[in-house]
Design a protein around this ligand. Structure first.
Ligand code: F6P
Length: 571
């Protein structure tokens, strides 16, 4: 192991942790009441609203007082957050269990940034060269200079990948719907064969380009779907008389398939010419890779200019995170407030509620980012964590969620901190009669945070003439925390800012907990066991007997129930 960070500081042993515990007791004695806090401090909203690049972030509806934030920023100092931030940006091997640097921030460094040499590699030069390479490829696809094997221009690009090789690009493609052009993007991720089948059913092989995106190029789902796509392409082109020889087939694969991976040897084994592969590096985690060549699908479908604007948004947030004092540093404050809820308020879920339909996949994207990063029980030195860690992130766009699960947010027994995200300018400026419809959306965005924070007392319910028996059911306790984020518009740059904001929030929480937020060993066991189950599902008796009783019973039921066309086996 090289270039290692110091052992984690146990946060519970710091003076700040003790101060936070005492502070919580004081708050419990005094009563936590956002109504009275706002009444007592007219400047509260302004004092607790911060700017990070284009994001206006209002923290005032959180269960914090100025002294809470002071204790939390003390905690950040005492666990050495500043050093850890610098260690990341400088390329130290803070991914300890994989002995790797963590340098997704190097993917979006602004032009003219100082040289960054890590492990003997000029990282800035390598990133710039690869970015130019896949942007140039995207430009040639978009201009029609590159065509399919029958000479027709591409009209569809299909990204085949999963996890970090799917969620970021798929989320961003939908978020940037306004920037869609003549080449549409489709995404195949699941090994459920209905995913690839339903996607391919609507496509023309002559005009379809496949990007096989996999950091490791060893992921079962992706390689299976890539082989299925290759068979589909060759079969349909063959049926049209466009393939009559092995050379034609190889030419078709070369023209219709490219790869994005850190493992170019495996790309070649699959049959894709390494010259048609775009690379990145082991210091880019899968869930942190949307701004690497994993974004090639975005560069093709949205254009290199949009992609570079997207990167500029990340860079703006990186600069804010790296240089802003903790007391005004938005990702630091949001990460610390999350610590406050998880470890002091026993809150283990966190809702993310974009008031933008185009951000529908943002919560799913954040689930991988946050939960694969911080869903850990040991620290980076192998010792057990000393606190609760990674909360469950979930959410849906507002207003849809309001008619589904907000009941629990308002009146349930769980405390669920929520992030509300909205944009001042609409994607689709429509009026219903004289009513600007975006204003209806924003009215709900604002009203919900007020309802959560300030609730409705029994006296207020009674004053509405409510029958006494119904009063308890109609009371809203309030004091349910939320953060409100607003940006001028959902643009490539603001999307990059939002993603980077949550990357850094995740980093801050991991740093306090002493977690290696950049490994993901917890996904491995299931993969290995699936490999052992597969032969049993195909009828291998000895494989079946090695499985647990529950698994055996399920497989026997499956084998007895699976219908197959007569005379055909599964294969
Ligand atoms: O299994 C989890 C995981 O390793 C994620 O961390 C990753 O984003 C995803 O699988 C896909 O991996 P790859 O890009 O190597 O195919």
């Amino acid at each position: 192991m090289t270039n290692l960070p110091p052992d984690p500081t146990d946060p519970t042993g710091t003076p700040a942790w003790a101060a936070l515990s005492a502070h919580l007791e004081e708050l419990a004695d005094q009563g936590v009441d956002l109504r009275s806090w706002f009444a007592a401090e007219p400047g509260r909203a302004a004092d607790l609203t911060f700017q990070a690049a284009d994001l206006r972030v209002d923290l005032s509806k959180n269960l914090v007082l100025p002294q809470t934030l002071a204790h939390l920023t003390d905690l950040a100092e005492q666990i050495g957050l500043a050093g850890r931030i610098e260690a990341m940006f400088a390329g130290q091997h803070i991914n300890v269990t994989e002995d790797r640097a963590v340098l997704h921030t190097a993917l979006r460094r602004p032009p003219g940034a100082a040289r960054l040499i890590v492990d003997g590699q000029d990282v800035g030069a390598a990133v710039a060269a690869e970015l130019d390479k896949f942007c140039d490829f995207a430009e040639r696809v978009r201009s029609g200079a590159l065509t399919g094997s029958t000479g027709r221009a591409f009209d569809t690009v299909v990204n085949i990948g999963i996890g970090g090789s799917d969620l970021g690009p798929a989320m961003a493609y939908q978020a940037l719907t306004e920037y869609h052009g003549p080449i549409r993007a489709r995404f195949v991720s699941n090994v459920d064969p209905s995913d690839v089948a339903s996607t391919l059913a609507e496509l023309d092989p002559e005009t379809t380009l496949f990007i096989v995106a996999s950091k490791t190029f060893g992921t079962l789902e992706t390689l299976t779907n890539a082989r299925l796509a290759r068979s589909w392409l060759l079969e349909l082109l063959g049926a049209r008389g466009a393939i009559t020889s092995a050379d034609d087939a190889a030419d078709a694969v070369a023209r219709h398939f490219v790869a994005v991976s850190t493992a170019k040897d495996r790309v070649a084994q699959f049959g894709i010419d390494p010259a048609n592969a775009f690379g990145f590096w082991d210091w880019v985690g899968g869930r942190y890779s949307v701004d690497s060549a994993i974004g090639t699908v975005l560069a093709v479908a949205l254009g290199p200019t949009v992609f570079r604007d997207f990167l500029s948004g990340f860079a703006a947030l990186d600069a804010h995170f790296r240089t802003t004092p903790f007391g005004r540093n938005v990702p630091v404050l949001m990460g610390l407030i999350n610590i406050w809820y998880v470890d002091f308020w026993d809150a283990h879920a966190h809702a993310v509620l974009p008031y933008s339909q185009y951000l529908a996949r943002f919560p799913a994207y954040l689930q991988q980012l946050t939960m694969e990063s911080n869903g850990k029980s040991v620290r980076w030195d192998g010792s057990p964590v000393t606190t609760s860690t990674g909360e469950v992130f979930w959410g849906e766009p507002g207003t849809n969620g309001q008619h589904a699960f907000y009941q629990l947010l308002h009146q349930g027994t769980e405390l669920v901190p929520a992030d509300f995200i909205a944009f001042a300018n609409p994607q689709a400026p429509l009026a219903d009669g004289g009513q600007d419809v975006h204003e209806l959306l924003l009215a709900n965005f604002i009203a919900q945070t007020s309802a959560l924070a300030f609730g409705k007392t029994a006296a207020e319910v009674r004053a509405e003439g409510t029958a006494e028996a119904l009063v308890p059911a109609r009371v809203f306790t309030g004091n349910r925390p939320s953060t409100s984020i607003m940006a001028p518009a959902l643009t490539p740059a603001t999307l990059g800012q939002l993603i980077a904001l949550y990357e850094h929030i995740t980093f801050v929480q991991g740093a306090v907990w002493g977690i290696d937020s950049f490994d993901q060993w917890g996904v491995e066991l299931g993969k290995v066991l699936a490999g052992q189950v597969t032969p049993a599902l195909a009828g291998d008796e000895s494989a079946l007997t090695r499985l647990d009783a529950s698994a055996q019973a399920m497989i026997k039921y499956y084998l007895a129930t699976r219908r197959r066309p007569s005379g055909r086996s599964a294969r």
